[in-house]
Design a protein around this ligand. Structure first.
Ligand SMILES: [Zn+2]
Length: 151
């Protein structure tokens, strides 16, 4: 499949777009789609999907992208704070009365849950064997990220 470049008014193959970098390629295709509304057989959304698929291989083979969909969801929620821990349920969702963890020692957030909650300390020690930085647990290699399956 070929796409039109607005800068050169020539046909650009997907690998050229791939080499441009996502943002630049996206702008290029969007512009091309606007210019060729009638003649262009591939709509902007389709082009965007094609470009995204080009960018998904093999550059995004970092540890996060090697996880299963379910594991990715867990890591995403832990990284972003969009989770069901009490801190968010209290402050953002306003569906629980207190942000505190059940252990009573701190607000229940990702760092507390993975690093210092005494209720889960035995389990965490069993999984990790030694003290491990939070960054390793959330952004480390695949096997490190997969250890968050207990959550
Ligand atoms: Zn706790």
């Amino acid at each position: 499949m070929m796409l039109l470049s607005h800068e050169t008014s020539t046909i650009v193959d997907p690998f050229t777009l791939w080499s441009l970098g996502y943002e630049q390629a996206d702008k290029l295709v969007k512009y091309g789609a606007e210019q060729l509304q009638e003649e262009n057989p591939v709509c902007y959304t389709e082009m965007k999907t094609i470009i995204k698929s080009l960018f998904n291989t093999p550059h995004q083979q970092d540890s996060y992208h090697q996880l299963t969909r379910s594991e990715q969801t867990t890591i995403f929620r832990l990284r972003t704070g969009y989770n069901r821990l009490n801190q968010r349920l209290h402050k953002v969702m306003k569906v629980v009365q207190y942000p505190m963890c059940s252990c009573g020692e701190a607000e229940q957030d990702t760092a507390h849950l993975l690093q210092s909650c005494k209720m889960y300390q035995a389990l965490i020690d069993k999984i990790w064997h030694s003290e491990t930085p939070l960054k390793e647990k959330l952004y480390g290699p695949v096997d490190a990220l997969q250890k968050q399956r207990w959550i």
